[in-house]
Design a binder for this molecule. Structure first.
Ligand SMILES: NC(=O)c1ccc[n+]([C@@H]2O[C@H](COP(=O)([O-])OP(=O)(O)OC[C@H]3O[C@@H](n4cnc5c(N)ncnc54)[C@H](O)[C@@H]3O)[C@@H](O)[C@H]2O)c1
Length: 391
């Protein structure tokens, strides 16, 4: 099967890419390596075809033209509730207009199915738990609002254009390669701080609890959705709430070191309790979360520990050579920026020539509007290139 994974160089997307490849599928990736997201070139194998392009760019059509995907697994997004409160227009630009661009291309290129990553953030604060697919959504952040609106657009494309879908509302996904700034960054942040001997900051009284679900389980659901879950929506979690205090205590026990806690007030909008009833996913997809929190934390600790060891080994070598850090950072930034600039210089203008004029103007106007409010280093770029040697 030909599958296009948007956001495929990000945390969750890169695990899904691995899972699809392991099943023998033909996978291509769209990602713009947004600096505030978890996208990294090194997250996926260099053999995977990747297109460095913004999902809001009309040039995405070129990717569809070349790849003709049977399935689009849409994970590219502005993924942070915090950023969405600071820049709601940016959040809507990526999470709504970006989605519409993908949906339009699915329609034009007759994609069989869209798999869409929605979120527990669409529920907001609820008085009754657990949450299931029938619970009324009531988002309290711009991010939750755009994810909920996105679900309605997906329904609309199914009803009007016959585009099939499976939608997932994820709990707090965690695992190796997680961006500490994302929706469920607490495990990535805490594990990193405890391993490096730093105290963690716990807001409120730490008893606020979430449904932390391991990323391999999420990838497995995305594999099942290739053949199951036709036009259905599923909540994916463990069904077990774990408090921030629980997470910290388990990390301390597993790492064998208590680095201390700095207490902080409740963050505005923070929700006390959120966890899922995943009966529908079990009955219809045959999916359950197989990885316990303890097991998942062990894997995160191992991943971060290995990375720290690699880093300290290379720092040691670098110190001997005298110029390690500059070289490493320079190479990293250069690779990231170089790819970015190269893509920008590549096919940007040509792509816009192919877009219907009113649509192109609308995208352009919105992007300039958003960009004008951001420092130049944080601009959303309108660009496309098939990265490196991809056909
Ligand atoms: N992490 C969670 O707990 C969680 C929970 C619920 C839903 N989700 C959803 O799952 C998806 C993946 O989240 P993640 O945690 O892996 O985040 P991530 O930031 O690691 O991955 C998102 C990817 O999308 C890319 N991206 C962002 N804006 C883009 C744009 N305009 N054009 C092209 N690519 C763009 C980023 O570069 C990144 O690689 C998102 O849709 C997110 O909203 C995540």
């Amino acid at each position: 099967m030909r599958i296009l994974v948007t956001g495929g160089m990000g945390f969750i997307g890169s695990h899904i890419v691995e899972a699809y490849l392991a099943q023998g599928h033909h996978v291509a990736v769209v990602d713009n390596l947004w600096p505030h997201g978890g996208g990294r070139r090194e997250n996926i194998s260099p053999d995977v075809r990747r297109y460095i392009v913004d999902i809001t760019d009309s040039a995405v059509a070129e990717v569809f033209e070349r790849e003709r995907p049977h399935v689009v697994c849409h994970h590219a997004a502005q993924h942070s509730a915090r950023i969405s409160t600071e820049m709601p227009a940016l959040d809507a630009h990526v999470n709504i207009l970006g989605l519409l661009n993908i949906l339009e291309n699915c329609r034009i290129y007759r994609t069989h199915k869209l798999i869409f990553a929605s979120s527990a953030a669409t529920y907001g604060a609820q008085s009754s738990m657990p949450l299931n697919e029938e619970t009324l959504q009531s988002p309290t952040s711009p991010y939750g609002i755009t994810k909920m609106a996105a679900e309605y657009y997906v329904h609309y494309y199914q009803a009007t254009h016959g585009l099939n879908y499976t939608m997932f509302r994820y709990g707090n996904v965690y695992g190796p390669r997680q961006d500490p700034n994302g929706e469920a960054g607490v495990i990535a942040i805490f594990a990193d701080r405890v391993l490096t001997g730093k105290p963690v900051r716990i807001d409120w009284d730490g008893e606020q609890a979430r449904d932390y679900v391991y990323v391999d389980d999420i990838a497995a659901a995305n594999v099942l959705a290739l053949h199951k879950g036709l036009n259905r929506t599923y909540c994916l979690g463990t069904g077990i709430p774990s408090s921030v205090n629980d997470v910290y205590r388990q990390l301390v026990r597993l790492i064998g070191r208590d680095t201390g806690v700095i207490r902080a007030p409740q963050r505005s909008g923070d929700i006390r309790l959120s966890y899922f009833d995943t009966t529908r996913a079990r009955e219809e997809l045959g999916w359950t979360s197989g990885v316990s929190l303890e097991h998942g934390l062990r894997r995160v600790i191992k991943f971060l520990g290995d990375r720290l060891n690699e880093h300290s080994a290379s720092t040691h070598d670098g110190a001997r050579n005298g110029a390690h850090d500059g070289a490493r950072n320079g190479a990293h930034d250069g690779a990231r920026n170089g790819a970015h600039d190269g893509a920008h210089d590549g096919a940007h203008d040509g792509a816009h020539e192919r877009m219907p004029a009113p649509q192109a103007q609308a995208y352009q106007a919105l992007t300039s509007h958003v960009a004008a409010r951001l420092p130049s280093t944080e601009r959303i770029t309108l660009e496309i290139s098939a990265d490196d040697s991809t056909p």
